[in-house]
Design a protein around this ligand. Sequence first.
Ligand code: GLN
Length: 467
Amino acid sequence: MSISELKKQFIEGRTTPVAVINRLAGEISARDARTGAYLSHNLETALAVAGRADLSLPLGGVPIAIKDNINALGQPCTCGSRILAENYRAPYDATVIRKLRAAGAIPFGRMNMDEFAMGSSTENSALQTTRNPHDPERIVGGSSGGSAAAVADGTALVALGSDTGGSIRQPASHCGVVGLKPSYGRVSRYGLVAFASSLDQIGPLTRSVEDAARILQVIAGPDPADSTCLDAPVPDYLSGLNDGVKGLRLGLPKEYFGDGIDPGVRRQVEAAVAKLAGQGAEIIDISLPHTGYAVATYYVIAPAEASSNLSRFDGIRYGHRTASPADIDTLYQRSREEGFGPEVKRRIILGTYVLSSGYYDAYYHRAQQVRTLIRRDFEQAFGGVDAILSPVAPTPARKLGVNAEDPLQEYLSDIFTLAANLAGACAISVPCGTTAFDGAAALPVGLQIIGPHLGEAMLLRVARAAE
Ligand code: GLN
């Protein structure tokens, strides 16, 4: 059910927020043992809040599933990691949670994710496996895999995720739902556990573009608690949603349609482009010439920032602490050794290396320079087009376990999503049909639409037309 349909049913008295929470709890116990999207949920609290929901509010009585790296007072916030799983409870509400509550929404459920949002499959969760509702032998994508899977599986209506290099869009694409990464600075990250602070954004995963617009409307806007959150007015994201694409200029970057794309993905994305052309959009061939450097640039900058951000997990202030250490250094070392999984350690080692004396200029500084070139590619492109169209991922969902020994292969699967984060642009994944792939008959494919910085209204309008 969409948010508007749910609101209608509330108003007509056909259902109540309490009934919806009970229904969701039933769906979760019926199906989530197989999917594994939920790490936890608190039924009693949600029912109590639902019992006094104010239905006149924009999201009055709407339950929302939350990726387990966004703090909600008193609830677990494991980040998919052993280091936080034992005993950490959120001491405050993230700004997005505070805004959602003020709009009447009910945060219900903590969703599985790759540990500290590092990954593209949710297999890096230290806590459990999440399976694709379309085929349980396959990944859901990641890192917001639990959020995407629950929305696809009907065990959540809408969800929040976070996107540092594709973590909302790619799981949305693999699960056949809508996933929106807002522009850098559009949504406050206060209360989001930081991975790479110059890239992270919080955004919605939903069953429709309109629902994504409704959630964004509530969570966007300035926040004195996050100095990177822009003091820019929030437009009405719903009013122009159905204006269509007639007369709009949509760019096709040649670098996003080269070798290595699965033919079925290419076919579905090209069909979606043709339909937008049929609705009156002008399709323009463009070039984003520095695209080929995005993976290398991201995998220097993101680990560098992560190595700094994750230094706060030291066994003193948060989470796991090793048993009876001999001295303080052993306490730090063993707590981190025992608490972090292999991918997190790999990123910390990479990031520490590229920031260290003698390597900083060769790697980190160079990556920042290339990042500027990538950002300029987009600025130039948006001089001539209103939005950019591409695939979200080069293939549909792969089988579980395939890239376990090959992190580089896994990093390459982010090739189409990273650049939007490096540029600060907004981007969305919209389902565009299914394709046969690797023995599976029908797996979802996502169309990516990239918009200029703070261009969410235009982005959502194109996405609605594509939908
Ligand atoms: N897959 C990318 C990574 O592993 C992006 C993850 C994300 O957006 N959080 O870093």
